[in-house]
Design a protein around this ligand. Structure first.
Ligand code: F6R
Length: 240
């Protein structure tokens, strides 16, 4: 595990974007695992800037997002599909048919999970970008006695619903279920880039990176992966 700390988020975002661009430049057909949430927004902005500067083309890559809410149409502004279009896909030359998210509108959610896993198996992820939840979740793999390996439907925990409520008109509108890649799928990525920003992530980052490996903190399982790059701003990296 390599841990890098940055004095500013700007520097962190530039570094992370450069990392992805280097991967794409050296392997134009790379498969990237992507995340939503506040953490990656600045990284995506930098990637878009570099694309607009003519430094990189996304035309041949494939992307898989970690998760999607159940029951939200892609056009819904709170869906992760909408988020990805707004912050990244809508600004780059990535073909629509190679940008994958779980389909939270699928009539048969179990079949959708199997379909997603089959696609992931066919196109292993070169670099998986991850944020971390305050409870240590990665993707929507919430702390529990056991964790799933593959893509599955998850009941979101109260703290996650509360954290996400800021994006919805009321707590009642926050979807209670999501489809998420499993911890097993995440750990199959060749490289994992875990990003933490802000003082509110300092405690959980310490627990995830230096605490016991436990399903109580799903991010702690990243300690078992051979190739994890952790990027932290000064506040999130305070205790590591
Ligand atoms: C998002 C995701 C989540 C977030 C996590 C942190 O696709 O999978 O695990 O990475 O909830 O969210 P932010 O970045 O908003 O603090």
């Amino acid at each position: 595990m390599i841990i890098r700390k940055f004095d500013s988020r700007e520097e962190l975002d530039s570094y992370a974007a450069q990392y992805f661009i280097y991967i794409i430049q050296t392997k134009p057909t790379a498969t990237l695992g992507l995340a939503t949430g506040s953490t990656p927004i600045g990284i995506y902005e930098k990637m878009v800037e570099r694309y607009r500067g003519g430094e990189v083309s996304f035309a041949q890559i494939t992307t898989f997002n970690l998760d999607e809410y159940v029951g939200l149409q892609p056009q819904n502004e709170q869906s992760y599909a909408y988020f990805m279009n707004r912050h990244l896909f809508g600004h780059i030359d990535l073909p629509d048919n190679r940008a994958f998210l779980p389909n939270g509108m699928a009539a048969d959610l179990a079949a959708e999970c199997s379909r997603y896993d089959a696609m992931l198996a066919a196109q292993p992820i070169d670099v998986q970008l991850l944020g971390i939840g305050h409870n240590g979740h990665i993707g929507f793999n919430e702390p529990d006695r056991t964790l799933h390996g593959g893509t599955h439907v998850v009941e979101l925990k109260r703290e996650t619903l509360e954290a996400n409520a800021r994006f919805f008109a009321s707590m009642d509108e926050v979807p209670k279920q999501a489809i998420t890649m499993g911890v097993g799928s995440i750990l199959k990525a060749r490289t994992i880039m875990l990003v933490g920003k802000g003082a509110d992530k300092a405690d959980i980052m310490k627990q995830a990176l230096t605490g016991p490996i436990t399903t109580d903190c799903p991010a702690s399982l990243l300690q078992t992966h051979a190739n994890v790059l952790v990027l932290l701003d000064r506040e999130a990296g305070r205790y590591v």
